[in-house]
Design a protein around this ligand. Structure first.
Ligand SMILES: Cc1cc2nc3c(=O)[nH]c(=O)nc-3n(C[C@H](O)[C@H](O)[C@H](O)COP(=O)(O)OP(=O)(O)OC[C@H]3O[C@@H](n4cnc5c(N)ncnc54)[C@H](O)[C@@H]3O)c2cc1C
Length: 616
């Protein structure tokens, strides 16, 4: 698709949650004509991706987290719950959901998220400024080349073979890996490679109730498969096999999100001799921090103490992580990533209640097997044999025969091994490099731009979501939050969309905003107009958060007037329109920082930003 006229184009690759959220923000933020192209290789994944598409998510699959945390807008916490209660078309919903009153702390079926995102994307398109349009294109981006005039993307699919764009945002999501233990059974009828595929769900639903099932993995997606079977009256044994024995806890009823301020775990910043010593320090600091929470915050439910500590530590972790050699960091993430996630995140009662009940007595219907799966092979009985080795005892294992083996979503986080042509080509062309410190995702800068081997952006190509996993860990300390989770995606989509719009508005010549000299101007400008600047930032926050075009326009004109009246120090460039553009960009950056502030909960954020209504 070549461009007509002079309207700039932003191409988003991938229309799952991350791509859709970024498109919504671009449509809202743009004040001048812009074409936002949202490219998706699977029509059934549009506005959904693997996590929420209807064919892979029966009604029993509910969100891993409470419905009140699923709003696509961080600054409007209850948007999803309100949509589900008041706007969703429930005509085809089954009981009990058809009459269900959704609440902030309760469950919601994951599949309805697809309708929610579709509705919100359509609304953003309708409410966009004149000339700002959304184009939904089908096809797979397989390669891209950076030119002086923009980016040329090669697409495989029914539409045009190439798409040119001024900026590209990669929201390609999870990459599935090949489970090495299953090479002999990938096509076996009793093996489920992807439990979130239509074929995978069909196999689970067709299983006789007394069948023996083995689920490889014991984290959140394992509970979906086990919960689905149990709710349908399964009576056979279900084995959950886990390398670490991690089981997520359920959030207590009425659990509310919270961020505490806790002292920095300073001993993690000191040099250490070896891994044992480091782990001993982590443990000692952890116990101390938990004790502080219990002592100083008696209102915190004992089941949430770990979560509060994990979140409070996040701002301190980048400094601690900096001191860990890369090889060691990679091993620690491999060994403890899941365990840390289980401290940081809980699962909802709706899912966990059935699993926990079925785990009682200890030899109950659902059993946890701690060990590493070595191989899954066809058994002479026609079933499958799963060979498991006990931890730290190679050779000491046992075999479990099962009628169905479900492979939990095995992701490939090492991008040098990702097989999809797009990432192979990006790495081959030096447009992206694997994340050096963690081996997870790719290198990006603070704005989310892909970095090449020389550590510089190879072009206007950005990433949102999963490809930024390693960067989120080292930059923001998000070790235990599944770096690609909803909260991270929401913030990245705001920041990338705002940055892209800023670049388009300022134009090439003005991108020096980030240089040292300009930064000097910036702080002087901020100093000079402190009160006016603050007022402008508040207006911009409200503009960025506004859903209706009319409201955005009103706020935009007030903001323009405010910026014009602010003037500026004489060191700023004389040209008035450039000056205004730069001031606007500064105000925009400050507003984005506030909208994406993770040191407060979304609810606190609304109050801080003056967005809360009287009811709240
Ligand atoms: C099974 C599962 C359940 C989850 N449940 C929850 C939950 O309940 N709550 C929560 O907060 N988080 C949940 N998460 C975590 C997180 O919210 C999801 O991972 C999130 O949806 C990821 O969004 P994404 O857009 O980055 O990736 P994806 O949803 O994977 O979307 C990426 C999209 O890009 C498309 N694509 C990829 N490459 C190309 C290409 N080259 N060209 C064109 N299109 C391409 C893919 O087809 C896909 O549609 C879950 C994750 C998983 C895996």
């Amino acid at each position: 698709m070549s461009r007509t006229g002079t309207c700039p184009r932003v191409l988003i690759v991938g229309a799952g949650l991350a791509g859709t959220a970024t498109a919504i923000r671009l449509l809202r933020f743009a004040r001048r004509p812009l074409e936002v192209v949202l490219l998706e290789r699977r029509y059934d994944y549009r506005s959904a991706g693997i996590a929420y598409h209807r064919d892979g998510n029966p009604w029993d699959h509910v969100f891993n987290i409470q419905a009140g945390r699923m709003s696509v807008f961080r600054e409007d916490v209850l948007d999803f719950v309100r949509w589900a209660n008041r706007e969703a078309d429930r005509r085809k919903w089954p009981a009990p959901w058809k009459e269900f009153e959704f609440v902030e702390q309760g469950p919601a079926p994951r599949r309805i998220f697809q309708d929610y995102l579709t509705d919100r994307l359509a609304e953003a398109g309708r409410e966009a400024c004149p000339g700002v349009v959304l184009v939904e294109a089908d096809g797979e981006a397989v390669d891209l080349e950076v030119h002086s005039a923009g980016v040329e993307v090669t697409v495989r699919g029914p539409g045009p073979a190439t798409l040119s764009a001024d900026h590209v945002v990669l929201a390609t999501g999870l990459e599935l890996g090949q489970p090495p233990f299953a090479s002999e059974v990938l096509e076996h009828p009793s093996f489920v490679r992807n439990p979130y595929s239509a074929a995978g769900v069909r196999k689970l639903l067709a299983l006789p109730p007394e069948a023996t099932v083995t689920i490889v993995g014991s984290v959140l997606s394992a509970y979906d498969s086990a919960g689905l079977l149990l709710r349908r009256g399964h009576t056979g044994k279900i084995h959950l096999i886990s390398g670490t024995g991690t089981i997520f806890r359920a959030y207590p009823a009425g659990h509310a999100h919270g961020v505490l301020q806790l002292p920095c775990p300073t001993s993690l910043l000191e040099p250490y001799r070896n891994r044992e010593e480091f782990l001993a320090r982590v443990w000692a600091e952890w116990e101390r921090a938990c004790a502080v929470v219990v002592r100083d915050h008696p209102d915190v439910d004992p089941r949430v103490v770990a979560e509060r500590v994990a979140k409070a530590w996040e701002p301190h972790l980048p400094e601690a992580i900096e001191r860990i050699p890369s090889a060691e960091l990679r091993c620690l993430l491999d060994d403890f990533g899941t365990a840390i996630a289980s401290l940081r995140v809980g699962a909802v009662e709706y899912t966990m209640a059935v699993i926990e009940r079925a785990m009682q007595p200890p030899d109950g219907m659902v059993g946890l097997v701690v060990g590493k799966v070595e191989k899954v092979t066809p058994a002479t009985s026609g079933r499958l044999t799963v060979s498991v080795t006990a931890p730290r005892e190679p050779g000491q294992g046992h075999a479990i025969e099962a009628d169905l083996v479900v492979c939990n979503v095995a992701r490939e986080w090492d991008y040098s091994r990702v097989e999809r042509p797009l990432w192979r080509n990006l790495l081959g062309r030096g447009i992206a490099v694997p994340h050096e410190r963690t081996g997870r995702g790719v290198e990006v800068d603070g704005q989310g731009a892909l970095l090449g081997p020389d550590g510089k952006p190879a072009g206007p190509v950005f990433a949102v979501g999963v490809p930024r996993e390693g960067d989120e860990i080292v930059r923001n300390g998000r070790t235990g939050a599944f770096a690609f989770n909803l909260a991270a995606i929401k913030n990245q989509s705001i920041a990338v969309a705002a940055h892209v719009i800023e670049q388009l508005e300022l134009g090439d010549g003005d991108l020096a905003l980030g240089t040292a000299q300009e930064r000097g101007h910036v702080s002087k400008a901020e100093e000079a107009g402190r009160a006016g600047f603050e007022e402008a930032v508040v207006l911009e926050v409200r503009r960025l958060a506004a859903r209706a075009r009319r409201e955005r326009e009103l706020l935009g004109s007030r903001l323009d007037a405010r910026i014009r009246s602010m003037g500026g120090p004489p060191v700023l460039p004389a040209d008035a329109s450039r000056h205004e553009g730069v001031m606007r960009a500064l105000v925009g950056r400050a507003a984005v920082q506030r909208l994406t502030d993770v040191s407060v909960t979304p609810r606190q954020l609304r109050r801080h930003l003056g967005l809360a209504n009287a009811e709240e």
